[in-house]
Design a protein around this ligand. Sequence first.
Ligand code: PLP
Length: 348
Amino acid sequence: MERIARVRETSGARALLALKCFATWSVFDFMREYMDGTTSSSLNEVRLGHERFGKETHAYSVAYADYEIDEVVSHADKIIFNSISQLERYADNAAGIVRGLRLNPQVSSSSFDLADPARPFSRLGEWDLSKVEAVMDRISGFMIHNNCENSDFSLFDRMLGQIEERFAPLLRNAEWVSLGGGIHFTGDDYPIDQFAERLKRFAGEYGVQVYLEPGEASITKSTTLEVTVLDTLFNGKNLAIVDSSIEAHMLDLLIYRESAKVAPNRGPHRYMICGKSCLAGDIFGEFDFEHELKVGDRISFQDAAGYTMVKKNWFNGVRMPSIAIRELDGSIRTVREFDYADYEQSLS
Ligand SMILES: Cc1ncc(COP(=O)(O)O)c(C=O)c1O
């Protein structure tokens, strides 16, 4: 949070929490002191941002429906349409708030097709300059999200240069530009001052208020998933089964074929840590431990905040982990426990 605040101060950019990544509102009182507000992907998120976080509230969605647009507008300071046709359909509904459009620069830092906003035939934003120029009377700014887990400042810098080359005439007519999320500027080795300077230069060149929409960068290393070993077995490898499931509780790791993180991940005893759902590939990863694992041992998966609690599901009816907050004085406060009624109510 302090790194975000420093970038805001030195660059003049505003930072909005991307609720799609992290929407645990019981810590919003704390985050609010360091950030300018929230951005959203749906009516539910924009309402949560408005009611639980406050400050500035941006609305964005890949597509709004007729039955929700007025309520979306009632919760937002700014609305960013994904397409010119959505802008034209709802420009009048949103006439009372600031309106913008998503641009797609057709270049991104993603190496994963699934998460690449610049993938061929991408539906995420407009890219035709002349078409966008024709609707400039109805918008005052743009959102561009083309970074993805990008911890390389020079790549960010290069891609921003490409955006400037391509969209300069639009940027010169804009009052604000959101550069989206996906920039790992809170990472330990990130050249944060160079980054802030680049944002400031961009803002000065086009006379725009810059926004950032950090999701992951807001909560990196803030959270752990604490699990307990339920069983161990040897099937050619040492296996340990824990009281959680990657599919239910850390789904993104499964989707992107990544391993969970355990620290220090050192020692002579290697185990494959497996979830308790029926999915054969319900595996958190292979890790090294100082001691042999036994039933009842606790394992702590690190850096577990992003795209976890917003995606948790009841697959196999696996028990949902409680949510607890460690206060700055070290004390732990449980803010949510889940029981059978929550499982039953998630169904019908
Ligand atoms: C428009 C937009 N803004 C912000 C984000 C947050 O990205 P991250 O969590 O990688 O910072 C995303 C992620 O998909 C996004 O699509």
